[in-house]
Write a protein that binds this ligand. Structure first.
Ligand code: IVH
Length: 694
């Protein structure tokens, strides 16, 4: 390895020496400095340049080495060490701070005529003979923040808030690994940046949340802004946030133009919009830069909702100034989200494994942004009321964050008559039990743990690939098993005999035997997979692995007292009070205890020695693009790939390993794959890869 990653780098004199003292450099200090330099260089390559030199495992080894060194010599763990990104205890609340310069917003346009008008206004207001230069850069769809560096140290940060005052979030910003804790610059720099989550990271987070029974984030923006304001930096650190700088508001010493200032920051190791920025000398160049960015939009790893056109020279910006609301030197050109109109055939209620009732719009199938959409979640009664969506309505569908289809409007002008409004029921549509609302939540829940709707969803979750991974146990079979009373909880699966299943519809004796043997072999799944499959609230695959390690086996978990739950989990990274309370409540519930005992009696799970190692992820580091119609939803397939350690790309790019092609695949995707040497596989082959690896 060369350059910044050399391991034998030396620092100047060791810290802590008094005047006149001479001492040989201490080897562990040198070792520490070299490790810190190397880790920073890798963070920069990975998070800023998107061009890692080493794989995750090699990085983790460096990090572990640094931790071990700091454990042996605690005075080395200074606040700017990479190990100190995640600070101490959670805070009780966020402090409010005033921005150095108010954070205004931008005037918006959707048309190139408005853009021409903007250009004319700029020219008219600038002194005669001044020809403005413009910059065009992406408008990132995230949460805006202020970031302060003083003499090269990251010392402050706040959310936008009301534009004048925001909330102090330095500890959360410090967890963002793309943001250097120190830079080589003397003097004050105040920056504006967007905090975003890459689309692929959001998929992984959502797969994890779904597995933990939490609602997925509808889009990266909600996920980023919610995460930034969390009180526990340890949880923030797991949200894979990135910051991308789009303006310098203090730091005149950097450069004379906006673009040069961003380039300088980029060279100092900060993530900025510079790599995507274009400098334009005329409005027609601005138009082509906008069109060019629109073409590249899908290939960017983050969501953008348009671009921002700025007058590039700071001196021109100063003479143009601001209106009461906006800068006169910048304008946002927004892309319209792709939208499709279709009709609501029905509104049905889904009962989830936690009993949550989710209304879902069944739609006349419609093509939207590369997939066919036939269903869209309506989330809860409040959303339905706000939209006033009714059966038979013509509705507009958009993909939020290009992932989850959402109903965004109802075309009231073409409503047929006066269909009755949809009302959330008082009773569970499956078992008739009166529904409940947990305090502070909008969602309604069926509290009956024996409700066939809840049991079906629990069995489906238990059998999923990232949990107990039971082949041949599909939705139709689960429904029949539950409806006939053959399966009342997941432990009943292990009592099923081939003869019982062979009597069910579409089941011969061969397939019945396959089902029973798939269920039997799931007994050997590692303990953490069982814990994931049980669907304890807030406990997804990662937390399940930690819980499995803390408990060792199912029988010892069962023996934990409530005080022990607290004692054993409170030191575990990422286990906040809510998660601990959820595990405690789970273990205190007599029904859950009976279920765990039933599983122990049936010989399910072998204990800690079988805990999944991260290395067991069969698709670690392999990238996929999924296209066309598959037998399962795109989201489920993405979730399975991510849970197996794989990476999902939105489009076929250089380096995409596999294109998974379903039915009705567009020719351009196939051609892109062929041109880039990406292997084209079908769904059956994907299933095999998920099981056995490549
Ligand atoms: S420049 C004085 N550049 O858009 C305001 N803003 O509608 C100058 N945004 O609050 C804003 N990407 O959060 C600018 N490249 C970019 C941006 C950007 C995203 C957001 C920002 C701002 C909002 C304005």
């Amino acid at each position: 390895m060369t350059g910044p990653c050399q391991r034998d780098g030396r620092i100047g004199s060791p810290a802590g020496l008094g005047f006149g003292e001479t001492r040989k450099p201490m080897p562990h200090r040198d070792h520490h400095a070299a490790l810190v330099r190397e880790i920073r260089a890798h963070d920069h390559r990975y998070y800023v340049l998107d061009d890692p030199l080493i794989d995750d495992r090699a990085y983790d080894a460096l990090y572990a080495e640094l931790r071990a060194l700091e454990a042996a010599y605690p005075d080395l763990a200074t606040p700017d060490s990479p190990t100190q990104r995640v600070g101490g205890a959670p805070r009780a609340d966020l402090r409010t701070v005033e921005h150095a310069v108010p954070m205004l917003s931008l005037d918006n346009t959707y048309s190139s005529a408005d853009l021409a008008e903007f250009g004319r206004r700029v020219r008219d207001r600038l002194p005669k003979g001044t020809e403005p230069t413009f910059s065009v850069e992406p408008k990132l769809d995230g949460a805006s923040v202020e970031i302060l560096y003083r003499d090269g140290r990251l010392i402050g940060g706040s959310t936008r808030g009301d534009g004048i005052r925001g909330e102090e979030i330095l500890e959360n910003l410090r967890t963002i690994r793309s943001l250097p804790l120190t830079i080589d610059f003397v003097g004050p720099i105040t920056l504006r940046a967007e905090v975003v989550i890459f689309r692929s990271d959001l998929r992984a987070i959502n797969a994890e949340r779904t597995a933990a029974g939490e609602p997925p984030f509808a889009n990266p923006r909600n996920a980023a802004s919610g995460s930034l304001r969390m009180l526990d930096p340890r949880v923030v650190a797991r949200r894979r946030l990135r910051a991308i700088v789009w303006a310098v508001v203090e730091g005149e010493a950097l450069a004379a133009t906006h673009s040069a200032a961003l380039r300088r920051l980029h060279e100092l190791g900060l993530p900025t919009t510079w790599p995507e920025l274009r400098i334009c000398h005329s409005l027609s160049e601005v138009d082509s830069a906008i069109a060019d960015l629109a073409d590249r939009r899908d290939g960017l790893p983050f969501d953008i909702d348009g671009c921002v056109v700025k007058v590039d020279r700071f001196s021109d910006q100063m003479s143009l100034g601001f209106t009461a609301k906006f800068p006169r030197w910048a304008i946002a050109y927004k892309y319209r989200a792709e939208r499709a109109m279709t009709r609501v055939r029905d509104i049905v209620l889904q009962v989830g494994r936690t009993g949550t009732l989710t209304p879902v719009a069944e739609l006349e199938p419609i093509a939207l942004a590369g997939t066919t959409v036939a269903r869209a979640s309506l989330h809860n009664g409040d959303v339905i009321r706000e939209l006033d969506v009714r059966v038979g309505d013509r509705v507009g569908i958009e993909k939020a964050g290009e992932i989850i289809p959402q109903v965004v409007l109802v075309d009231l002008a073409v409503r047929d008559g006066d269909p009755p409004p949809f009302v959330m029921p008082n009773r569970c549509p499956v078992c008739g039990t009166p529904v409940e609302r947990r305090s502070g939540q909008v969602a309604l829940r069926c509290p009956n743990a024996a409700c066939p709707g809840v049991v079906k969803a629990s069995v489906w979750h238990f059998a999923r690939r990232f949990a107990m991974d039971i082949d041949h146990l599909g939705e139709v079979l689960i429904t029949e098993l539950v409806e006939r009373g053959l399966v009342r909880d997941v432990a009943d699966l292990y009592d099923l005999a081939p003869a019982t299943i062979a009597g069910l519809s579409r089941m011969g004796s061969r397939s019945a035997e396959n089902v029973v043997s798939a269920i039997a072999s799931s007994r050997d799944r590692p303990f953490d997979r069982l814990l994931t499959g049980l669907g304890i609230d807030l406990v997804g695959p990662v937390a399940a692995r930690q819980l499995a390690e803390a408990a060792g086996s199912l029988s010892s978990l069962l023996a934990w007292t409530p005080a022990e739950v607290e004692k054993r989990l409170s030191g575990v990274a990422g286990f906040g009070p809510k998660m601990i309370e959820s595990v405690r409540a789970f273990l205190a519930d007599p029904r859950e205890r009976a279920l765990l005992q039933k599983l122990v009696d049936r010989g399910v799970s072998r204990g800690l020695e079988a805990t999944s190692e991260p290395a067991a992820e069969p698709l670690r580091g392999i990238s996929f693009c999924v296209t066309g119609e598959l037998s399962r939803t795109r989201e489920t397939v993405h979730g399975d790939i991510v849970a197996a350690g794989g990476i999902v790309h939105d489009s076929v790019k250089k380096g995409t390993t596999f294109l998974v092609a379903g039915e009705k695949v567009g020719r351009s995707k196939l051609e892109a794959a062929r041109g880039r040497g990406t292997k084209i596989i079908d769904e059956v082959e994907l299933e095999r890869l998920l099981r056995d690896g490549p």
